[in-house]
Every structure is written in structure tokens, then in C-alpha cells.
Design a protein around this ligand. Structure first.
Ligand SMILES: [Zn+2]
Length: 268
């Protein structure tokens, strides 16, 4: 992996505050942030900190629109991307605080213009379409390190297609399959082949323990909690999997048995 450039966490300057910084405050935390001086800008519908109050509100600083050494061209387009079962339940969401996960998602959605970066869809609550943050991982098959390389804004349908195994066990397999074909231009046969190939990769990767590398986030000043070591992650995956009701439905499309006995949890 290339050495990332040094990154000094900094707040995004808010011109309206004359030197303050923009904030990302979840609704549940607005009273707490207000008590520390956070102000609401009705035009942008964002919170901000006045000059001199930035530090006390630093946990809510809006993130810059790029992470250190993030590759925003990594994993372009729509494709099925199954998480090795030894990595289930440990991901960005599980390793960062609720507050930081909110800040991360707001940044990812905002820099994408609140549009799906794969199909261009926008939120449509009537159709059950919303924006979701998806993690793109680089799997180093030599060192068995799972690197976070990109965060991407996907619509619900693209996210379901990406996590096709999850879509199958939640009853959304047919819709995810149709969306995959629609966006990629694949025939049904091509989509089925694409999914089968992804399952082969998933099976191979699931044999190994993977060390989680979230330096893309830690270099942005975001605290990451363990476990990140491979064997510890597998133990978490096995423990959590046992706690989830087994899914009796076969996975895969067109009757194909994938051998995935539980959903690959990796949701926004
Ligand atoms: Zn989409």
C-alpha cells in the first residue's frame, strides 16, 4: 500500500460564522451541541460553531470531502461484492462511534450530491429508496489485510445488489438481480455468472482471517475501536452469527446454492 500523506484533522471553515466551522449534528444530539454553543443556519440547514467555540464542538466537526489516500475510483460501477464470513460484524460502522458514523455518512452523501454514485438515483421514500454508505475494501491476498479504500454513496437498490447474499435472505433477491442487470446491461445469464464468480471469491476469502485496516479513517482523526485483528474478528463473526436466527432459504439466484448460511451483515 502507498504511504498516505500526512493529514492534520481540521474543521471546515464556515463563512457565515466569520472563521467558525461547520458541524454535523444528529437530531438526537442537537440539544447537547446547542448547550456547547452550536448554532443553526436555516439556509444551509447545517449547524456551525462560532469562532472561539470550535474546540468545544470538535466532536461534531464536518469532515472534509476526501479521506487521506482514499481512492474514489476504486471499485467503480455496480458489482456484487460479498464480505468474507470471517469479517462479518466488524466494519466501519462497528468500529467507530455513532457520532462519527453520522459524520462520515453525511460527508459521503454530501460530496455525492445526495445521488447514488452508481446509478444516479436520488432518495424516493415512497419507493423505499434512500442513500446508504457502502465501504469498498481492498483484500490483499498475500498479507490477508482488508484495507478500507473508499466510501461510496449507493441507493438502496444498488446496495442490495452489491450485497446480493443479504438481498436474497431478506426477500429482495429478485429485485436486486433485476437492478444489477438493469444498471450493468447484463443479460440474466451474465448476471447469474457474475454472481457465481463473486461467490467463488467469497468462499476463497472466507477461509482466511483478515486484519482490518482503517487507516483511511484514523488518518482523518477518527477513532477506531477494536477488534481489528483477524482471529478476533472471526471470533466476533462466529459469536454474532450464532446469535442471529439461521436463515433457512437457499442463497443465490435461479436455485443456485451458495453455501452462505447467514447473511453477510454490512449495512448502512
Ligand atoms: Zn443506485
Amino acid at each position: 500500500m502507498p504511504s498516505p500523506p500526512p493529514a492534520a484533522p481540521a474543521g471546515l471553515a464556515c463563512p457565515r460564522a466569520g472563521g467558525g466551522v461547520w458541524l454535523e449534528v444528529a437530531y438526537a444530539e442537537k440539544d447537547h451541541a446547542k448547550s456547547l454553543g452550536a448554532r443553526w443556519d436555516p439556509d444551509t440547514r447545517m449547524w456551525y460553531a462560532l469562532p472561539g467555540q470550535e474546540q468545544s464542538l470538535s466532536p461534531w466537526w464536518a469532515l472534509p470531502s476526501a479521506f487521506p489516500w482514499e481512492d474514489r475510483a476504486f471499485g467503480s460501477g455496480l458489482f456484487v461484492d460479498l464480505i468474507p464470513d470471517s469479517c462479518w460484524f466488524t466494519n466501519v460502522r462497528s468500529c467507530v462511534s455513532t457520532r462519527d458514523w453520522f459524520r462520515i455518512r453525511k460527508m459521503v452523501y454530501g460530496r455525492a450530491g445526495n445521488r447514488c454514485e452508481t446509478c444516479g438515483a436520488v432518495e424516493n421514500t415512497d419507493a423505499g429508496i434512500r442513500m446508504e454508505a457502502h465501504e469498498r475494501w481492498l483484500y490483499d491476498d498475500e498479507s490477508h489485510v482488508q484495507y478500507l479504500r473508499r466510501l461510496v454513496c449507493l441507493c438502496t437498490l444498488c446496495h442490495q445488489s452489491t450485497h446480493f447474499g443479504y438481498a436474497e435472505v431478506t426477500g429482495n433477491g429478485a429485485r436486486a438481480f433485476a437492478h444489477l442487470s438493469s444498471v450493468t446491461g447484463y443479460t440474466n445469464e451474465q448476471s447469474a455468472k457474475h454472481i457465481a464468480d463473486a461467490i467463488v471469491v467469497w468462499r476463497r476469502r472466507s477461509r482466511y482471517d483478515w486484519t482490518l485496516n482503517l487507516r483511511m479513517l484514523t488518518d482523518a482523526g477518527i477513532a477506531v475501536a477494536p477488534p481489528v485483528r483477524g482471529p478476533e474478528r472471526r471470533a466476533v463473526a462466529e459469536r454474532q452469527t450464532q446469535a442471529v436466527r439461521p436463515m433457512p432459504e437457499p442463497l443465490g439466484h435461479g436455485g443456485e446454492e451458495t453455501g452462505m448460511s447467514i447473511r453477510p451483515i454490512h449495512r448502512d
